[in-house]
Write a protein that binds this ligand. Structure first.
Ligand code: SF4
Length: 325
C-alpha cells in the first residue's frame, strides 16, 4: 500500500467573468467543483478530460499559484493554504510544474544552463561549482550534452526545449511533479521519446507524477491510476486497466469510443462526443445534455463520486453501488 502524498478535499475554484457591454450580469464559472482526490507517493495519477474542464486550474491550485474558493489541499499532512511566504518557498522546492509549451515557458534571453540553474540560485543552494556540476549532470540525464549548455532556447528543437524544462523542474530534486500536457505541443514522433524519458526519470529519482493530458493514449501509456474530469468534477477514478477495459461513467465511455483505434471492430463502433456541454451549476448531473442514458433522476440530483466497485469510483446514478451488486 502506497503512502498518501496529496489529499484534496471538497476543493472549489470559482471565477467571476466580468459582464460585457450588452450583458449587465457577471457570470460565475465553477472551474473546479467539489473535487476530492488523493495522490499516492510513487504513483503516476493521470488526469484526463477535454480542454477547459478544469485540469490546469487544479494543477495551479496544487502548486499554489492560485488559492481555492473553498476546500483544502494537504501535502504530506500539511494544509498548503495555511503557508506563509517562507513555507511556500520551501513547498515549491518539493513540488514542480512541467509546462505544456516549451516554446513560451523558457526565457529566450538566457542560456540553457542559466535556465536550468535558476531554481538553485533562487533557493541559494550550492556554490558556483556545485551548481554548474548539478546542471551538467541533469543535462546528461535528460539527454542534452554539456556543449549545449551555452546555447539559447531558439537554438533547440521543441523536444530539446522540453528536456530543458524537465531538467529545470528536477534540479531542486522535488518529490511531486505536475506535468500539464507536457507533450501536446510536440510532434508525435518526439512525444514518445519525452514520455519514456519522464518514465525513466520517475524511476531514477523516485518521483510522484500528476500527469495531465486530454490525450487518452498518452494517459494510458503513463498512468497507474486515472481520474476523469468533466466540467470541474472528477466523474471516474480507477486503475488504468479498469478504465480502459470497462469504463463505468458514460463520459469515460464516450471519450474512449472517440479514440482512434487500429482494431477494425472498434473503428466501426466509434462514436464522437455529441451534445452541448453545460456551463454552470444547474440542477442534476453536469453530463446530462450529452448522456444517452439520462433518466429523470439525472435532471434532479447531482451524482456524487462514490466507490461503486473495488477501488473504482464513479459519479453516475446509472452505475450501481458496490453493496447493491
Ligand atoms: Fe448520464 Fe445520468 Fe449518469 Fe449523468 S447521472 S452520466 S446523466 S446516466
Amino acid at each position: 500500500m502506497r503512502d498518501l502524498l496529496v489529499d484534496i478535499q471538497k476543493l472549489n475554484k470559482k471565477y467571476t467573468l466580468q459582464s460585457g457591454m450588452l450583458n449587465s450580469k457577471n457570470r460565475v464559472v465553477h472551474a473546479v467543483n467539489n473535487v476530492n482526490l488523493q495522490i499516492l507517493k510513487g504513483e503516476t495519477l493521470g488526469l484526463v478530460g477535454e480542454s477547459g474542464c478544469g485540469k490546469s486550474t487544479l494543477a495551479r491550485l496544487i502548486v499554489r499559484l492560485e488559492k481555492p474558493s473553498s476546500g483544502f489541499i494537504s501535502v504530506k499532512g500539511e494544509n498548503i493554504n495555511s503557508y506563509n511566504k517562507e513555507s511556500l518557498k520551501a513547498y515549491r522546492r518539493n513540488v514542480q510544474l512541467i509546462f505544456q509549451d516549451p516554446y513560451s515557458s523558457l526565457n529566450p534571453r538566457k542560456t540553457a544552463a542559466v535556465i536550468i540553474k535558476e531554481p538553485l540560485t533562487i533557493h541559494r543552494i550550492g556554490d558556483r561549482n556545485a551548481r554548474r556540476q548539478s546542471v551538467l549532470e541533469l543535462m546528461a540525464k535528460v539527454g542534452l550534452s554539456g556543449e549545449q549548455a551555452k546555447r539559447y532556447p531558439h537554438e533547440f528543437s521543441g523536444g530539446q526545449r522540453q528536456r530543458i524544462g524537465i531538467a529545470r523542474a528536477l534540479i531542486l530534486r522535488p518529490e511531486l511533479i505536475i506535468a500539464d500536457e507536457p507533450v501536446s505541443a510536440l510532434d508525435v514522433s518526439i512525444q514518445a521519446q519525452i514520455l519514456n524519458l519522464l518514465k525513466d526519470l520517475k524511476r531514477d529519482f523516485g518521483l510522484t507524477y500528476l500527469f495531465i493530458s486530454h490525450d487518452l493514449n498518452v494517459i494510458r501509456h503513463m498512468s497507474d491510476r486515472i481520474a476523469v474530469m468533466y466540467l470541474g468534477q472528477i466523474v471516474e477514478l480507477a486503475e488504468n486497466k479498469d478504465i480502459y477495459d470497462s469504463p463505468l461513467h458514460p463520459y469515460t465511455q464516450m471519450l474512449l469510443s472517440a479514440v482512434p483505434s487500429c482494431d477494425p471492430q472498434k473503428k466501426r463502433n466509434k462514436a464522437t462526443i455529441k451534445g452541448e456541454a453545460r456551463i454552470e451549476d444547474a440542477r442534476g448531473c453536469n453530463f446530462q445534455n450529452r448522456c444517452i442514458y439520462k433518466s429523470p433522476v439525472c435532471e434532479e440530483q447531482q451524482p456524487v463520486l462514490t466507490e461503486k466497485k473495488n477501488k473504482r469510483f464513479c459519479a453516475c446514478h446509472l452505475v450501481s453501488a458496490k453493496e447493491e451488486e
